[in-house]
Write a protein that binds this ligand. Sequence first.
Ligand SMILES: CSCCC(=O)C(=O)COP(=O)(O)O
Ligand SMILES: [Zn+2]
Length: 310
Amino acid sequence: MPNIPPTSQSSTSTSSFPDTPLRTPPSDPSSSSPLIVDVSHAPVFADAITQVKEETEVPVASAPHITAVVDSLEDLEHLVLSDDPEHPANMIPELCREFYKLGWVTGTGGGISIRLNDHVFLAPSGVQKERILPEHIFVLPFSQSSIPRPGSKRDMLRIPKKLGLKESACTPLFWNAFTMRNAGACIHTHSQHAVLLTLLLGKKAESFKMSHQEMIKGVRIGGVGKTLRFFDTLEIPIIENTADEEDLTDGMAEAMRKYPDAPAILVRRHGVYVWGNTWEQAKTQAECLDYLFEMATKMLSLHLPLVGDN
Ligand SMILES: CSCCC(=O)C(=O)COP(=O)(O)O
Ligand SMILES: [Zn+2]
């Protein structure tokens, strides 16, 4: 598992990561780590293309699906280095730290992706999410030459300098939210409330339903529409888990088609995917839903009905 350094960036760190300061792009011109991108489907990055000094195909062990190589990593560092604390490359590490404290992204699992216009920002896979830094963030063009499904090629704009990092395995699931709901952010949690709820509801339950709870009012129809009302019934489909995260992609898409009003997808024995128009809305909805999942587990244990006010 790649070793993510502490956020304090201590000079005594034994991390294998380059200890790059957050807001100072690397300036060593001799640093020639290749940035691997396929920019052919991202006309908005015409400037970046002009900076390509040499386009040579080289085998990249960690990303064999990626085709073109730019020889200057520094050229696109600006995609992840910003003084704006709300820049997605700053927000993803901050939110992951918050989600870690909630038990949502512990043990490397779970995370958040943010889409800003044609840029999608993603954390690396299989790393301690609470310790990632802006320079560890992947940037993909939203306009892909093909949908980034399991095993398919991904078009990349920016890959972290540290080779061996791979973008989150949740990428195609986040993509479902971006393409099917036009979401601006998608959160994946391994919250125990979500997991326990799927267990208490039993194997036969195709969905979770709840009504008459104040926190339902913080959840939007389809995750991106109007907020639900107190008397509305919230319904969230439950899909079966798969051996690999990416293999959940089709099941999630199918559930989203079948339940267009659902603001999230529960994955049995695994967690939940929640999305929103923005990262703020995705976050508050994930909080409301987690509250409701916890409440539901307690109500089920007490044999209280989840729907209705009896
Ligand atoms: C113990 S994590 C197992 C894999 C998983 O469920 C997951 O969400 C992985 O996400 P990543 O971003 O690390 O690829
Ligand atoms: Zn997961």
